[in-house]
Design a protein around this ligand. Structure first.
Ligand SMILES: C[S@@+](CC[C@H](N)C(=O)[O-])C[C@H]1O[C@@H](n2cnc3c(N)ncnc32)[C@H](O)[C@@H]1O
Length: 263
């Protein structure tokens, strides 16, 4: 927690507001993905689902996967506990929806399905695209399958398995236009997933890394990723970071001060 507070103070010193950023691309991103106030009709169903999950007392026997859980890991966890500690906030999920709605990526990959709520946002944002999501814990994966069924989202390809194993086997021929890295928040794992997914990216791909200030090692991973010469633009929103592979751009690493920072 102290690490996060100190990091945020440093972030505020270096961060910029939209009024001091001049790139048309970044401006459009802020206006249409961060500041857009539109309430899309699918948000209502997903808000309702969030409430249902936060009140669901069903107990799951959960395998310990990665460093992604924000609270001490127990083997028996209720859906309610998972919904309160391990899934993206409403605001963050809506921003992800708006990013996808803006750039319309074809193949979307989520590393870390959890209960599948954010997956529903990813899928609803681009109904013509496809969403692949990977979850290591069998019981959580099965709970997510139930969610997709309830929401009528039959096109989501949910896979139960270890991220890297699934990537290198079942998904070895896939190309990714959008990747949401949201599981196993360690430096080594994040860099492994990034380096692998990068080989499956194109110049319009967008990678989103959750919780880049969750720990010192996550921040180190983020800093190493944005230094990669394949990345031409990085946008640090404190609660998550986004990288773009756009060609013919001078490299730019931006920190944006915005209300999304603390979500
Ligand atoms: C933070 S949660 C994902 C939250 C979800 N994206 C959302 O916003 O609702 C991370 C999930 O990744 C899974 N996970 C962590 N490490 C994994 C790994 N190496 N392979 C497969 N799944 C993993 C965990 O079981 C957990 O359910």
């Amino acid at each position: 927690m102290i690490y996060k507070i100190v990091s945020y103070l440093k972030f505020l010193i270096k961060g910029k507001t939209k009024y001091s950023l001049h790139s048309p691309f970044v401006h459009e991103f802020i206006e249409r993905a961060l500041d857009d106030k539109e309430i899309y009709y699918s948000f209502l169903a997903m808000n309702f689902l969030r409430i249902k999950l936060k009140n669901n007392q069903t107990v799951l026997s959960v395998e310990d996967k990665g460093a992604g859980f924000r609270k001490k890991i127990k083997h028996n966890r209720s859906v309610k506990q998972i919904a309160k500690t391990a899934i993206s906030s409403k605001y963050k999920a809506q921003v992800l929806f708006k990013i996808i709605n803006l750039y319309q990526p074809n193949t979307i990959l989520e590393l870390g399905t959890s209960l599948g709520l954010t997956t529903c946002y990813l899928s609803n944002a681009n109904i013509r695209g496809s969403v692949i999501t990977i979850e290591g814990s069998k019981s959580i994966y099965e709970s997510a399958l139930q969610t997709f069924k309830t929401m009528g989202l039959s096109k989501i390809n949910a896979i139960n398995g270890e991220f890297i194993e699934v990537l290198k086997t079942q998904l070895c021929n896939e190309k990714f236009d959008f990747v949401f890295f949201d599981g196993n928040h360690t430096e080594e794992a994040t860099l492994t997933y990034y380096n692998y997914c990068k080989t499956r990216a194109n110049e319009n791909s967008i990678f989103v890394f959750d919780d880049i200030y969750w720990s010192k090692s996550m921040t180190i991973a983020w800093k190493r990723i944005i230094q990669d010469k394949a990345i031409s633009l990085s946008i640090d929103l404190f609660s998550f970071g986004i990288v773009f592979f756009l060609k013919d751009r001078a490299k730019q690493n931006i920190k944006i001060i915005h209300s999304i920072n603390l979500h």
